[in-house]
Ligand binder design. Structure first.
Ligand code: BYC
Length: 476
């Protein structure tokens, strides 16, 4: 196992000390990153002591160290999973050949585009959550937010390392641009739609962690299959950190459901007005937030039929999650996949697409199945409490902005409807201004150790076996 050198200015396990040019280039970028963090990271808490985990190794056992740090002093570094001996290309036209340690010239711009897109999402999410700490429902949650923020910062480092180390001047320029685009900026927005959506309340945050970080899981797993081995190794280690982000989303939403069910029992009613009088999140309101973030996150997979996806698969750049274990045919030159598209006459038709062109849809389908798991769990909670209400994922045709269903009005079940009906019914499907106003009114900061806001149940356990009333953040 390779160890991480923490005596270095930039902690790393890539032997940076022996590549002075690269080290200098990254040390030049480092103060810019810190400036960006101080401006657009969780800067209201720059002086707080936060109980955070930091990567200290890259193997499955004991990879993290827990301790109290001020976030601007967090040791962001460059960590690649250990190489797999004799690894060969797992998919596409070069299947079975040795993986590449350098980027083949002919695939350079395709690789760069994907790495930049991946890198762009990481600082974007920190920007989206910039002020969220001020309304935390507990110190436990505040600490989790900051853990996610520092790790998204580290994921930015992961992509910046690849850009600097393998893409020369272009890569260095792209690394600068990653700090120049900003979430929601009219002139220089982030690349992908969801990463320009504001996250101003914790219900949105938990939905984002549940749905959008899960896109991260699928995209990172696809890039972890890449024939470009340094990229694959970087993504493999990022996935280790990513699991906690989805945990925060799933348990956050689960705790909201639990609290709502308690309130429903207390007041003996499932009437949203009665639930809101007690300061909890009624289930129809939660459903509208799920509709919003799920439909937005579906767009992150790109178009159903995509020549980009076909090319990146053929060229061994981006595979499918768990390519080796989940699929028999790793070349996919002759197979096809049925895609549902609008038939142009107000209906839906199935159309075969060459499998390689349909890779975005293959990933999206797998993602949707993964999203269902949490809903099943929450629905079980609701059923056990004796209520006849089911949380549902909307159809993958609903409210799409990318691909075959972009701007095609459908209802939540994906039935095509007229534009007028769509606009009229939308307030019942997505959070309305009054829903958002109500959620905003709930966002009162709770910072007494062990205490929770009234709209969320406590978690089952604290962080790293510490008690729930541990002071996970000392605000100073
Ligand atoms: N919004 O052929 P198309 C994460 C663009 S999340 C705006 O349909 P393609 C994280 C597309 O870029 C994971 N634009 O799709 C989570 C292209 O533009 P260009 C992030 C979009 O290329 C939480 C054009 O439309 N990682 O890590 O097959 C917190 C036509 O593209 C959108 C990745 O995404 C959209 N939603 O696939 C923190 C992996 N969708 O290039 C972090 C890297 C598409 O023609 N990226 N477009 O100007 C990719 O693999 C692919 O770029 C995509 C799109 C899957 C995103």
């Amino acid at each position: 196992m390779s160890t991480i050198d923490y005596s270095e200015k930039i902690p790393n396990n890539v032997d940076l000390a022996n590549d002075r040019t690269l080290q200098r280039a990254l040390e030049h970028w480092q103060p810019r990153f810190l400036e960006w963090w101080k401006e657009l990271g969780p800067n209201d808490f720059a002086n707080s002591d936060v109980y955070l985990r930091t990567a200290v190794g890259v193997d499955a056992q004991g990879w993290a160290h827990y301790g109290t740090v001020k976030m601007p002093d967090y040791r962001w570094g460059i960590f690649l999973a250990d190489p797999i001996a004799d690894r060969t290309i797992g998919f596409g036209d070069s299947f079975g050949q040795p993986v590449w340690q350098q980027v083949p010239g002919e695939f350079r711009s395709q690789f760069r585009r994907l790495i930049v897109t991946q890198g762009d999402t990481e600082p974007a999410s920190v920007e989206q959550q910039h002020r969220l700490g001020n309304t935390c429902p507990s110190l436990y949650d505040l600490r989790n937010l900051f853990q996610i923020n520092v790790e998204e910062g580290r994921h930015l480092w992961a992509m910046v390392y690849i850009l600097h180390a393998y893409f020369g001047r272009d890569g260095r320029e792209e690394a600068e641009e990653l700090l120049a685009r900003h979430s929601g900026d009219v002139d220089k927005p982030r690349i992908l739609g969801t990463f320009n959506e504001p996250i101003e309340d914790w219900l949105s945050f938990f939905c984002f962690c549940y749905f959008t970080d899960r896109d991260g899981k699928f995209q990172l797993k696809s890039l972890a299959e890449s024939s470009f081995d340094p990229l694959a190794r970087t993504c493999r280690f990022m996935l280790t950190e990513e699991a906690h982000h989805m945990f925060v989303g799933e348990t956050g939403l689960g705790r909201i459901v639990r609290r709502t069910l308690e309130v429903m029992k207390e007041v003996g009613s499932d009437n949203p007005e009665a639930i809101r009088r007690q300061g909890a999140v009624d289930l129809p309101l939660l459903q509208r937030y799920l509709n919003y973030w799920f439909s937005s996150s579906l767009d992150l997979f790109g178009s159903e039929v995509s020549s980009n996806a076909a090319t990146t698969f053929a060229n061994g750049i981006k595979g499918r999650p768990d390519e080796t274990t989940q699929y028999q045919d790793h070349v996919c030159a002759d197979s096809s996949f049925e895609i549902e598209v609008p038939d142009g006459k107000g209906g839906i038709m199935k159309e075969p697409s060459p499998m390689r062109n349909a890779m975005n849809e293959v990933l999206r389908d797998a993602y949707i199945r993964d999203c269902e798991i949490g809903l099943k769990r929450w629905n079980m909670q609701i059923k056990r409490a004796g209520y006849n209400f089911e949380l549902k994922l909307p159809s993958n045709r609903f409210r799409r902005a990318i691909g075959a269903w972009a701007n095609i009005p459908t209802d939540l079940e994906g039935r095509l409807i007229g534009r007028e009906e769509y606009d009229r019914r939308m307030p019942g499907w997505l959070p309305s201004a009054s829903d958002r106003g109500y959620v905003k009114s709930l966002m009162q900061r709770v910072v007494e150790p062990g205490k929770m806001a009234a709209w969320i149940a406590p978690p089952e356990r604290g962080v790293n076996n510490l008690p729930l009333d541990y002071a996970y953040v000392q605000l100073n």
